[in-house]
Design a protein around this ligand. Sequence first.
Ligand SMILES: *Cc1c(COP(=O)(O)O)cnc(C)c1O
Length: 388
Amino acid sequence: MERKRSVYMDHAATTPVRPEALEAMLPYFSERFGNPSSLYSLAREAKEAVEEARGRVAAAIGATPEEVFFTSGGTEADNWAIKGTALRGKGDHIVTSAIEHHAVLHTCRSLEKQGYRVTYLPVDEFGRVEPAAVEEAITDATILVSVMAANNEIGTIQPIRAIAEVAHDHKIPFHTDAVQAIGAFPVDVDEMGADLLALSAHKFGGPKGTGALYVRKRTRIGTFIDGGAQEWGKRAGTENVPGIVGLGRAIELAVAGMPQNAPRLAAMRDRLIRGILDTIPDTRLNGHPTERLANNVNVAFRYVEGESILLMLDALGIAASTGSACTSASLEPSHVLTSCGLPPEHAHGSLRLTLGYANTEEDVDYVLEVLPGIIERLREISPLRGEA
Ligand SMILES: *Cc1c(COP(=O)(O)O)cnc(C)c1O
């Protein structure tokens, strides 16, 4: 019997841990289990591993090790960047975009309930924030500008440097959620103008539950997790040593592999997009045609439900998504797609395919082979179709 095909195209949701990262992690679960804060050789070994990983993260983003703080992931890093700035800031106004990940959006909503004011900048039809809109939104009370480097749903890459320059003209710190950017394109905190930057290991071949916040020297930020003196007293809690080791190894591999990997993924991405748009009528591309992540395909099919597409793809061994993993269980249309002006009937029929280094040309062929039939069948039984 032929083995059922298995194609994973949901790398924006999570990625498999790279074998080299896993191998590097394993001893820190067992023989090298020491607590980095303790005072014996076993502990020193763990401490050294954490500091080596910190050096790797710093090197990957053009920072110094003292500016890298390990967290429990991208969500915590975003929360800390925003709430930590609010704790210290002299004003009560934050500027962000309408298409941020919920880690940023819901953090801002939570601050609004405490009396902070937040401007959610609109985006154009491709999901881009206009730097001039940032300029207009800033007031004397603005304490932070936070705009993501690249969007997790539609893959749109923001003009981060220009946005950071606007913030800095007003002496306001700039935070960027770079979770989707690491390993996808070169991320350098100086070139980007980032004062705060969030990253997450499981989006680039590291383990889940581990991330980091970059904090530029002299950036005012309060502590967010209180407790022991770990991370120079800025982020308490015994370090996730295996996770941190895995993060360090994965970011090094992701950045080193980028020059070969990114163009290969972009070629597969473009073949998928062209193949889908050419063979399936009433279909449009979501996100920017060129300023987009090398691994991101997001298309809207009229008259169908994204969830139904996912079920049929899953039955054929293909793992994909309608939007972000956090929203695909809800029936709300994606806030990203509606912010781009997509009417709900289009937004509901959206499919996201995100590629990773293990995907092959055969995977692309397979998706292009089965998808037109799936959409055709779903449209035949679609109640939405009669309304058109
Ligand atoms: C996945 C993701 C996050 C959250 O990171 P976790 O480590 O899963 O908490 C934040 N922002 C973006 C853009 C993401 O894609």
